[in-house]
Design a binder for this molecule. Structure first.
Ligand SMILES: *[C@@H]1O[C@H](CO)[C@@H](O)[C@H](O)[C@H]1NC(C)=O
Ligand SMILES: *[C@@H]1O[C@H](CO)[C@@H](O)[C@H](O)[C@H]1NC(C)=O
Ligand SMILES: *[C@@H]1O[C@H](CO)[C@@H](O)[C@H](O)[C@H]1NC(C)=O
Ligand SMILES: *[C@@H]1O[C@H](CO)[C@@H](O)[C@H](O)[C@H]1NC(C)=O
Ligand SMILES: *[C@@H]1O[C@H](CO)[C@@H](O)[C@H](O)[C@H]1NC(C)=O
Ligand SMILES: *[C@@H]1O[C@H](CO)[C@@H](O)[C@H](O)[C@H]1NC(C)=O
Ligand SMILES: *[C@@H]1O[C@H](CO)[C@@H](O)[C@H](O)[C@H]1NC(C)=O
Ligand SMILES: *[C@@H]1O[C@H](CO)[C@@H](O)[C@H](O)[C@H]1NC(C)=O
Ligand SMILES: *[C@@H]1O[C@H](CO)[C@@H](O)[C@H](O)[C@H]1NC(C)=O
Ligand SMILES: *[C@@H]1O[C@H](CO)[C@@H](O)[C@H](O)[C@H]1NC(C)=O
Ligand SMILES: *[C@@H]1O[C@H](CO)[C@@H](O)[C@H](O)[C@H]1NC(C)=O
Ligand SMILES: CC(=O)N[C@H]1CO[C@H](CO)[C@@H](O)[C@@H]1O
Length: 716
């Protein structure tokens, strides 16, 4: 072929390719075995990394470590309430830069699974819904409801069009090979009766009609309509998944939980590398061809983004920890498993699978190709003992609850329970204490009284509807004068969440809270009343909005009943009394965590008064030298929030102890990119009685557990 001809052919090729991409033709399809990309069946490992739970400066390294760990696909949700804070107003800047995140994945040669939802749950405030949806007249979320469907379609279309305009679908030469519509809908479907299945069909059709050129999935949705693929979420999909709902759909696992999210009052959920590897291998043995780790990197719930009672650190036990450091042996063991399985992909994707028993609790899964290639998985479900099994005239010893992999059906080269990766350990190195009184300045919030509040109602208002989620805080206030003697008054407060701080005549008297599993709580507090008019001020605090379940639009939080009992028979009921309300705190309104608004209030020296509550503290610090991740140790504080250079690093709640008596989280990640070399502004809002003098700044590093000497080689 002459050069001229080659150029000509090249142009024809480009023209055909462009045409195919415009029509979005079949670049990604599937059959009963797997996804088919560019004509080839694919066995894919995927890992969830959520862009707003880290910083753009971390993305490249996180994606690189996922790739090195044998991950082919990065899966992320799309976070509607970040992107559309007001109807029709969009934000894709900074941590919200979805396009930049996807292009970074593409630059490293990985694929993307884009879970648009737009309901995402994800332990994310309001399940990802913008709060303004709450006030759309007649709206009922996630069902056959016109207002809801309008906004869901509007946002889904916005995202699909954004991806198309950037050429990001695989059908356009981009990295996105899959999209998700809705999310674990089957959990709530029955609550909507006959409207549930109608909505599922509508959502599937709406997605498909957007013509992305790549398949859609619905996770935990056995009745996902064609051509949408139903997929499994869970910890043990090899055991629990009923399989695809059609023989021409592949078996896919969209959430294999590497750990579990943690709530205040809860201990971390540690899932061993062996257990994850067992279930991944079992899923592959049962003809699974796509597995996603939820999460591969969890990260940080900055600001007010967690859902109710969920801690700020997210899936810290994932293969990459909150800071993006390798968690060993998990990361390494899964990497080895990926290499082993990838090496067998041809027989796994093309071969004929058979299974048979090799013992009372043991099975073999064998994949054979016409070429003679053969791979076997020998499963021991006995969790108590080693067993020796016979397979093709050879004997093999299997560890308890393990799967042996034989890439040639002869030699067992891998066992899921045999971990050869060395474990590591994370250590914190103290770089600065904030332990001198003159390092800090404080500003105390005024406790508002009924007469200070212009917002009035003759009933107890629902918390979320009143704050419109502009703040965690809502003051409920009233004043009253007892009509007769009330010698031993008891204040009784009932709330449906999440936290209450009660004050009488501006003196703090008691705090109470519910929990993730039991939102409602009540308090009975003996109080002292003065002669004359008394001011009662009750601060209701939310720790994230709910993120799951049906009828999210009609959830209730805040106070439901308030009484003062003077005697057995003499009770003042204030439930339908005249209440004053204040939305948010003064310091929030003035944004005292911002450099330019610091002067709005009077800061003073820290005092030791016992009337100590609702206090803002500020100080400055220099960044620790080096590039190790940084965390604030907040163990001496109780409950509140922290800002560094105006960026919220999240809520803290150290005083909510687990059943073992530990705080759920004491270390709070401060991304390096939030810092300047010197003079960084640290602002802390403490609701209760924390001691800022014990807050410290630390760097985080890893040591190999098997080499004690490494402790001595740590950089300072
Ligand atoms: C989405 O709704 C906005 C108004 O909120 C409208 O301007 C826009 O055209 C709609 N977009 C689509 C794709 O429907
Ligand atoms: C083979 O697999 C099928 C489907 O999972 C199962 O029903 C059957 O019990 C298995 N047979 C053996 C011998 O394990
Ligand atoms: C199983 O065998 C391994 C060696 O292959 C041994 O280290 C281990 O203790 C055995 N476990 C049990 C439960 O017998
Ligand atoms: C196992 O041994 C039997 C008898 O020696 C023989 O017939 C059979 O082919 C062998 N099977 C394999 C897979 O080697
Ligand atoms: C890859 O598989 C082949 C058989 O298909 C086997 O001979 C080889 O040992 C395997 N490599 C690794 C690293 O397991
Ligand atoms: C207690 O502190 C709060 C906050 O600074 C203040 O509003 C209130 O007046 C103080 N009350 C007393 C009795 O000192
Ligand atoms: C929410 O507040 C508005 C007034 O701001 C009120 O009209 C509406 O009834 C409230 N809705 C609920 C569910 O409380
Ligand atoms: C006290 O009595 C007056 C008149 O009987 C009544 O209007 C008022 O609501 C009572 N106060 C309280 C706190 O019950
Ligand atoms: C109650 O609040 C009012 C209005 O702020 C104030 O004038 C009054 O002194 C307060 N009473 C007490 C006992 O603090
Ligand atoms: C408060 O008012 C509501 C609505 O009028 C009524 O249903 C409820 O019984 C009243 N509660 C009390 C304690 O009076
Ligand atoms: C955090 O600081 C406290 C002292 O306030 C200390 O006891 C604790 O060990 C520190 N935690 C870590 C992880 O360094
Ligand atoms: C679908 C599924 O496998 N769910 C499981 C997830 O993990 C938890 C905790 O181990 C189990 O209770 C669920 O059954």
């Amino acid at each position: 072929m002459k050069v001229g001809e080659m150029v000509w052919w090249w142009w024809i090729y480009i023209a055909v390719a462009v045409q195919a991409s415009i029509k979005g033709e079949d670049y990604v399809t599937y059959d009963g075995r797997s996804l088919i990309i560019n004509g080839q069946r694919k066995l894919l490992f995927s890992g969830s990394i959520h862009y707003p739970r880290s910083t753009p400066q971390m993305w490249s390294s996180l994606i690189g470590k996922a790739k090195e760990g044998g991950v082919d696909v990065i899966q992320t949700y799309v976070f509607w309430n970040l992107h559309e804070p007001q109807p029709g107003q969009y934000d894709f800047s900074g941590r919200y830069d979805l396009v930049k995140f996807i292009k970074e994945i593409q630059a490293q040669g990985l694929y993307v699974c884009l879970r648009i939802g737009p309901f995402i749950e994800s332990e994310w405030t309001y399940g990802g819904f913008p709060f303004w949806l709450h006030d759309v007249p007649g709206i009922v979320y996630r069902t056959d409801n016109e207002p809801f469907k309008f906004y869901m379609q509007n946002f889904t279309t916005k995202i699909v069009n954004l991806m198309k305009s950037e050429g990001l679908y695989a059908s356009q030469g981009g990295p996105i090979i899959l999209s998700q519509i809705e999310n674990e809908y089957q959990n709530v479907e029955a609550a909507f009766h006959e409207k549930g299945p109608i909505y599922v069909k509508w959502a599937a059709k709406m997605g498909v009609e957007l013509e992305t050129g790549v398949p859609w999935v619905m996770c935990k949705q056995t009745d996902a309509p064609d051509p949408v693929i139903n997929t499994c979420n869970g910890m043990r999909c090899g055991e629990t998944f009923g399989g695809p709902n059609s023989p021409n759909k592949p078996s896919m696992w969209t959430e294999n939980w590497t750990s579990f999210y943690q709530v205040y009052g809860g201990e971390p959920y540690i899932r061993s590398a062996e257990d994850i590897a067992f279930h991944v291998a079992l899923f592959i043995a049962k003809k699974g061809s796509y597995i996603n780790y939820y999460m591969y990197h969890g990260g940080t719930n900055f600001g007010r983004t967690t859902s109710a009672y969920v801690i700020t650190s997210y899936y810290d036990q994932a293969p990459l920890d909150e800071y993006g450091l390798l968690r060993q042996p998990k990361w390494g063991h899964l990497k080895e498993l990926h290499i082993m399985i990838k090496n067998c992909s041809t027989p796994l994707l093309q071969g004929v699978q058979s299974n048979f028993s090799i013992g009372p609790l043991q099975q073999a899964y064998v994949f054979k190709e016409g070429t003679g290639a053969c791979v076997a998985f020998l499963v021991n479900n006995d969790a108590t003992k080693n067993v020796t099994v016979q397979f093709q005239n050879n004997s093999f010893e299997l560890l308890p609850k393990s799967i042996g992999i034989l890439p040639d059906c002869q030699n067992m080269v891998f066992n899921t329970a045999k971990v050869t990766t060395k474990p590591n350990k994370r250590i914190t190195t103290l770089t600065k204490m904030f332990n001198e009184v003159d390092m800090w300045k404080e500003f105390k919030e005024d406790i508002p009284n009924f007469l200070d509040n212009s917002l009035r109602s003759n009933s107890l208002l629902e918390h979320m509807n009143t704050t419109q989620d502009k703040s965690d805080y809502l003051w409920y206030t009233f004043s009253f004068q007892p009509n007769s003697t009330c010698p031993q008054p008891v204040l009784h407060v009932e709330s449906l969440g999440h936290v209450v701080h009660a004050y009488i005549n501006t003196i703090f008297i008691e705090a109470g809270h519910g929990s993730h599993d039991t939102k409602g709580f009540s308090m009975d507090i003996p109080i002292t009343l003065i002669d004359g008019i008394n001011n009662v001020s009750i601060l209701s605090v939310m720790v994230g909005l709910p993120d799951s379940g049906a009828f999210l639009e009609s959830r209730y939080a805040g106070l439901t009943k308030v009484t003062i009992q003077c005697s057995e028979s003499y009770i003042y009921d204030f439930t339908n009394y005249t209440w004053g309300y204040q939305i948010g705190l003064e310091g929030e309104k003035l944004q005292v965590f911002k450099e330019q608004s610091l002067e709005e209030v009077e800061w003073s020296e820290i005092d030791d008064s016992t009337n100590k509550s609702l206090t803002w503290y500020k100080t400055t610090f220099d960044a620790p030298i080096g590039d190790e991740p940084i965390a604030l140790n907040m163990s001496s504080m109780q409950k509140g929030a922290v800002w560094v250079n105006e960026q919220s690093i999240g809520r803290y709640w150290v005083s909510f102890l687990t059943s073992k008596g530990n705080p759920s989280q004491t270390l709070y990640h401060v991304p390096r990119s939030f810092l300047n070399p010197t003079g960084n502004l640290l602002v802390v809002l403490e609701e209760l009685n924390g001691d800022p003098l014990q807050i410290s700044l630390n760097t985080i590093s890893l040591v190999n557990v098997n080499s004690p000497f490494s402790y001595h080689h740590l950089p300072q």
